[in-house]
Design a protein around this ligand. Structure first.
Ligand SMILES: Nc1ncnc2c1ncn2[C@@H]1O[C@H](COP(=O)(O)OP(=O)(O)O)[C@@H](O)[C@H]1O
Ligand SMILES: N[C@@H](CCC(=O)OP(=O)(O)O)C(=O)O
Length: 264
């Protein structure tokens, strides 16, 4: 028997540039196909809203703007050039798997106005009801919050809260959050489950990866925003094949930030 949409668990999946490029200089079609295949495998029980970075990373593979790409306006221009390419790759790869895609560009300030919040919810619900997978990125032309500080993690958390998601999955390039000591001595021991965000904050190391901006700090902040709205966050290793399915089947180490008991 087919499940009604309301019976499905709503997942907001955030994919960082490092995952999309598999830590290279090029966007990985293979990774996008991997994500699509997992959505197909899980779509009877889960519905997906994707928050995808990668616009700047894609642009860098096509163009070389003057200046080194570190200035904020150049990054904004790169995002503008890369975003349609990113969407094209999603659209082509997902279409081959029978999945429909759509694009939504949002910024933090959209989450502060009642009218725009209602518009976002209504639009995304229509998309999901019609089997379209919304692919969200920050509107980098008008806002610079994420390319400066946050690597789309906070945007994903705000989206999860607004859309009343059941689960926020943040796909990054490590097996979740590892203990500080293990990161420092490169033995990488994943913290499996945690409720106390303060505890996690103490484990953050101030590094980011090649394409990343916010490091683990912005992921912990995102988890905190989600936890305040009673949403569980999983920080998973998106570099692995089949990472969501394998995480769900407990075949991959990941960090689960559970709902706070006092919120129950
Ligand atoms: N305790 C920790 N456990 C794992 N990674 C950590 C930790 N503290 C900081 N990091 C860093 O955070 C990085 C992931 O964040 P980031 O580079 O912004 O990636 P993304 O593009 O996925 O958002 C890791 O590659 C690692 O360098
Ligand atoms: N909106 C930007 C996000 C930039 C960014 O650094 O994000 P992330 O890869 O999540 O660290 C883009 O699409 O390139």
């Amino acid at each position: 028997m087919e499940m009604d949409r309301l019976d499905k668990k709503r997942v907001v999946l955030k994919i960082g540039s490092n995952v999309l490029t598999k830590e290279t200089d090029h966007i990985s079609r293979g990774k996008i196909e991997d994500i699509g295949r997992q959505i197909v495998a899980l779509q009877d029980t889960y519905e997906f809203v994707i928050v995808s970075s990668g616009a700047i990373a894609v642009a860098k593979q096509f163009v070389n703007l003057e200046s080194n790409g570190k200035e904020i306006n150049v990054k904004q221009a790169l995002a503008s050039i890369g975003q349609p390419h990113l969407m094209r790759i999603f659209q082509e790869s997902f279409r081959d798997l029978g999945l429909l895609t759509s694009q939504c560009l949002l910024s933090y300030s959209d989450f502060e106005r009642e009218q725009s919040k209602n518009n976002i919810v209504n639009t995304i619900n229509v998309l999901v009801d019609n089997n379209y997978i919304p692919i969200i990125n920050e509107n980098d032309t008008v806002a610079t919050d994420e390319i400066q500080f946050g690597d789309n993690d906070k945007l994903a958390a705000l989206t999860a809260c607004l859309l009343d998601a059941d689960l926020l999955i943040i796909a990054t390039n490590t097996n979740g959050i590892c203990t500080k000591e293990s990161v420092e001595n490169k033995t990488y021991k994943t913290i499996d489950e945690v409720e106390d965000i303060e505890l996690l904050t103490g484990e953050i190391v101030s590094s980011t990866s090649t394409h990343g901006t916010g490091g683990m700090r912005s992921k912990v902040q995102a988890a905190s925003i989600a936890q305040n709205e009673n949403i569980e966050t999983w920080i998973v290793n998106g570099l692995e094949d089949n990472f969501m399915v394998n995480t769900m089947e407990k075949k991959l180490p990941f960090t689960k930030i559970v709902k706070a008991v006092y919120n129950e």
